[in-house]
Design a protein around this ligand. Structure first.
Ligand code: HEC
Length: 310
């Protein structure tokens, strides 16, 4: 028979492990499948170029999902194979990852829960420490380029490991912060500091929530913004919890609904754009899976992801 002391110790451990996200009852929250696909080097500049059939319509404001929703698996297959936009394909890499997404909130926080299997991933040996990393990008409508193109609003031809990346270690950025966006990317010349300040004050930044995952260890979350470059914010406002069982990762990202700039306050009645990315198989930089742009609202509304009130 277990002693009273041992039982108390076990109960205490359970209480400590029951952090807010895990305490949430997800059973009644409907899931939505979002397919992440391998994008190769298909930058925003490529998308806007004559090499992409959709370019004229994109220039007229058509969103990626209007043509591509439901095509993610096929696009991933084309791109991961090296047939298109990928000079260094990783042999045997799966073309896409279906992710079951559930979103909820309480009075304080938003919770985004991702459930996925990575399949058989070859070891790309780019990140020896973390085999798996998950990132969510978030905008609140301040960036039309995010509403139209999700992550592609920040993905450029001259970022590191992209076709015009050269030896520079350029991160993601928004074209609006640069003076000379062009087919090869926008380089390093920024618009006037006063204009950057105005954009920042107007909330024209993309938020990103990344978490690094290691089986059996606590997930490592940070957060930050993409503006003229990618920049980590400190201290981090994001918490991440991750478990892996039978090859399935369950990852919950969370942060307070209210936030001070540059982070975005998340409130009912407003529509948000979310983009998801997963690095799998010890990859880094561009060798990830990405989603098209998806909408998120709190409580109710016409959106891909409706955060259920708990
Ligand atoms: C008007 C419809 C349309 C829109 C809008 C559109 N595309 Fe496309 N896209 C196409 C067509 C058609 C192809 C296939 C032929 C080609 O590459 O031109 C394609 C191909 C692609 C490919 C290569 C994969 C493949 O299967 O060939 C990628 C990546 C891509 N599009 C990304 C995007 C992104 C990102 C956006 C939004 C910024 C976007 N597209 C918007 C029509 C569209």
């Amino acid at each position: 028979m277990t002693s009273f002391k041992a039982r108390t110790a076990a109960a205490t451990l359970m209480v400590l492990a029951a952090s807010p996200a895990f305490a949430l009852d997800w059973a009644g929250v409907p899931g939505k499948e979002v397919v992440l696909f391998y994008p190769g080097q298909s930058s925003l500049e490529w998308v806007l170029s004559a090499d992409h059939g959709g370019a004229p319509k994109v220039k007229n404001g058509k969103a990626c999902r209007e043509c591509h929703l439901g095509e993610e698996k096929d696009m991933g297959a084309t791109l991961v194979s090296g047939k298109k936009n990928e000079p260094t394909p990783i042999a045997g890499k799966p073309a896409f990852l279906p992710v079951q997404v559930k979103v909820a909130h309480d009075d304080q926080r938003l919770y985004v829960r991702l459930e996925f299997k990575e399949g058989t991933q070859p070891d790309a040996k780019m990140d020896s420490e973390f085999a798996t990393k998950v990132t969510m990008m978030l905008d609140d409508g301040s960036l039309p380029e995010a509403t139209q193109a999700g992550c592609w609003g920040t993905c450029h031809e001259d970022a590191a490991r992209m076709p015009a990346g050269g030896t520079a270690d350029r991160s993601k950025y928004l074209n609006r912060t640069h003076t000379k966006p062009g087919r090869q990317g926008a380089g390093d010349e920024l618009v006037a500091a006063a204009d950057l300040d105005k954009m920042r004050a107007a909330g024209q930044v993309m938020e990103y929530w990344p978490a690094r995952l290691k089986p059996g260890a606590a997930a490592l979350a940070v957060n930050g913004t993409i503006f003229d470059k990618r920049q980590e914010s400190k201290p981090t406002e994001i918490t991440a919890e991750a478990t892996q069982a039978d090859g399935t990762w369950t990852v919950t990202l969370s942060r307070k609904l209210s936030a001070s700039a540059p982070a975005k306050t998340i409130s009912a009645g407003k529509s948000y754009t979310v983009g998801l990315a997963i690095h799998s198989g010890h990859t880094a930089r561009r060798f990830h899976y990405v989603s098209l742009e998806h909408t998120l609202v709190l409580d109710s509304g016409d959106a891909d992801l409706v955060a259920v009130k708990k």
